[in-house]
Write a protein that binds this ligand. Sequence first.
Ligand code: AMP
Length: 511
Amino acid sequence: MNLAHLLQRQARMAPERPAIFHGTHCVATHAQWAQRCQHLALHFQAAGLLPGDRVALFMRNHVRYLELVFAAWWAGLAVVPINAKLHVREAQWILDNAQARWAFVTADITHDTGENLSGLERVIDVDSAEADTLWQLPERAVDTPISERNANDLAWLFYTSGTTGRPKGVMITHRNLMTMGLGYFCDVDAVSPKDTIAYAAPMSHGAGIYAIPHLMAGARHMVPPSGGFDPAELFALGQQVGPLSMFAAPTIVKRLVDHAESAGLSERTCSQSFKTVVYGGAPMYAADMQRALRVMGPRFVQIYGQGESPMVGTALSRHHLQDTEHPRHLDRLASIGVAQTPVNIRVTDEQGRDLPLGEVGEVLLQGDSVMAGYWRNPEATAKAIQNGWLFTGDMGCLDADGFLTLKDRSKDMIISGGSNIYPREIEEVLLHAPGVSEVAVVGTPDAEWGELVVAFVVPQAEHTIDTAALDALCLQEIARFKRPKRYVVVDSLPKNNYGKVLKTELRQSLV
Ligand code: AMP
């Protein structure tokens, strides 16, 4: 099994169908997409890259993203997608850990800091003349056979930060992504060749792998010219090319709805711009979804998943979101829906025993979408997957109809604007600042971002804390979006008998 066969199938079946768009401009038909992949795959092979080797993409959303992903798969390589918002040093750590041989980058990433990536055989700026030669098709079509892979071979090495501070490489296989793709049609949406998926959220995450079901169905793929989320642009593009489907974090959904409301757009206009907005990745408040439905109409589907089972956990369908007559409609709106078709779900206590309905425990997932394990980290893998079940670290409860409601995270992760932020990473940076004795970082609810990062700082004796200096240190060491938005200087941190900081108390002190 190799996901590249999905592209080959479309290139044979519908070669002339426009497939990849930069805004309204078509940059590749299926046949051209497949030709470029074969051409790039030849280059990879000629340079000695072998099946299983890793190629990293440290790129903002770009029309060449999908060509690179499928070219790597065509040659049997695994893709390491790196969040474009990461600091160069954070990306370097990932590249070293993954032992990536090549990296494709967008220039803006390294320009921001002036730092360069090291330890790679080749770093190629996808907008450079060097890249143009790789993308230039030869006069005569090339015919590179697809490198045959086992279903359990690595396709996508996705780094997720953990409570230990260092990110872990989640090994996602061809089978995992095939399962996710097929599951989309059962649980999320039907897709036709006339549909267009727009990549407004980072392609290095779930939004990017949604290319798979859309390729399966022969739909169109569009990278907006802004390369990201601009509500006015997306509304306009939808009107021009036909209603868009896309993945969006709750923060983005809110901005889309704000735009529709402030521009006075009717539900009909919204339906001409958007077919389906899949939201997830962070909690969506029921009131926000009610408003979204009121303003934009039935365009929404919620999914819950995590890097370890990408985009596949639960789904709250369009039908359930609209079923206002149901006696438990409000509860359902606040839930994350029911188990998606490819997975089973359990809620258990700390000993791994099933809990009665309504009781809160850890959410466990099992199915073909669940990762093969963490890259070169058997201890972490053994902790996360036990007896074939993935321990998600999310706390929730099930109702009699199978709807799962999340209550909390057993991990300390903060989700701000749809991006995951692990307090430990920030604490480690701040602890290096002069005059800082102790630090605890927590999230606090925020209407716009979902959560904001707040740092509690204990100064060393006879020191005063200069928060501007702390901010400067964060800018130097970690991604901008992870920086605390607020500092609270305290004399001491609340701790339990074991000396563990009571973060719940800190969170409560903020509300
Ligand atoms: P990631 O590994 O980056 O995909 O983050 C996964 C985590 O995001 C999950 O473990 C949840 O804590 C959270 N999450 C994902 N989807 C949802 C959702 N629909 N509602 C609430 N939290 C979510």
